[in-house]
Design a protein around this ligand. Structure first.
Ligand code: ACM
Length: 264
């Protein structure tokens, strides 16, 4: 199975422009699973809740319609971050769309910094979606990386691949090894699609560091790109490798667990 992540710089508040950009990128994509960055149709650094609401869309809006169309047209699973509007609430969400037209939404559980001012935290937990018998796909968004419980919950629910749409502003020297550890400690593939570029708000400047990566269940890097790179990174994986949780005849990272010894 070919898994691909897209690294690019979304245009701030210009949903139509971003949808055109994404459609064009799909023409050169040849993947079974596609992971796009967090908030990839709106950008990130909102001035206030009104500005966010002006671009946030329901899960049947134009952005998610495009994700579903791309999944059908290119016969791939698509995981993509978008600003979701549901009534008065906005969520930092990721849609997962499958080629058969089915789709699901994950609402980011751990909100980062000023996201807490504008978004409502998700309370639906961490989802794993079965794509027939081809793949069990888990989703978490960006800052969820800081919480081992996120990737562990997805693993306990059977995820083989964790899609990780991101707008990471933390230094790659912090999150890259941590995501390798998330793969290693759970024996799962992780696919981090991180945007690059910068956004300004008056004197304030946010820099997004790209450096997207795809990691194997043994923690090795299958593919990674530089901060300024624009385009796809891809790896050919066998999701079943993530079902092998033993690393010796004595040890299996799932059956060796002692949940009764752990705090909750
Ligand atoms: C982040 O969660 N976007 C840093």
């Amino acid at each position: 199975m070919i898994v691909s992540a897209l690294q690019f710089c979304p245009a701030f508040l210009d949903v139509d422009e971003n949808l055109r950009t994404l459609s064009a990128w799909f023409e050169s994509c040849n993947a079974d699973l596609v992971v796009l960055p967090e908030l990839c149709t709106t950008g990130y650094f909102f001035h206030d809740g009104d500005q966010l609401r002006s671009v946030a869309e329901p899960a049947d809006g134009n952005s998610c319609t495009l994700f579903r169309d791309m999944a059908r047209e290119y016969q791939c699973a698509v995981v993509a971050g978008f600003a979701e509007r549901d009534g008065d609430a906005c969520y930092n969400s990721a849609m997962t769309a499958f080629p058969d037209g089915s789709s699901h939404v994950y609402r980011k559980v751990h909100l980062f910094a000023e996201e807490k001012l504008h978004f409502t935290p998700g309370d639906g937990g961490f989802p794993v979606y079965a794509w027939g018998d081809r793949l069990r796909l888990g989703v978490m968004i960006c800052y969820d990386w800081r919480f081992p419980e996120a990737a562990r919950s997805l693993t306990l629910k059977g995820a083989q691949v964790i899609a990780h749409p991101s707008n990471l502003v933390a230094a790659p020297r912090h999150w890259k090894p941590v995501m390798r550890a998330r793969s290693f400690e759970n024996k799962v593939f992780t696919v981090t699609a991180n945007r690059n570029g910068e956004e300004l708000r008056g004197e304030e400047r946010l820099v997004f560091h790209g450096c997207s990566q795809i990691i194997a269940p043994n923690g090795t890097t299958l593919e990674e790109v530089e901060e300024q790179y624009e385009g796809w990174l891809s790896a050919d994986i066998d999701p079943a490798r993530a079902d092998e949780k033993a690393f010796s005849r004595w040890n299996d990272i799932m059956t060796d667990r002692r949940p009764d010894m752990y705090e909750h």
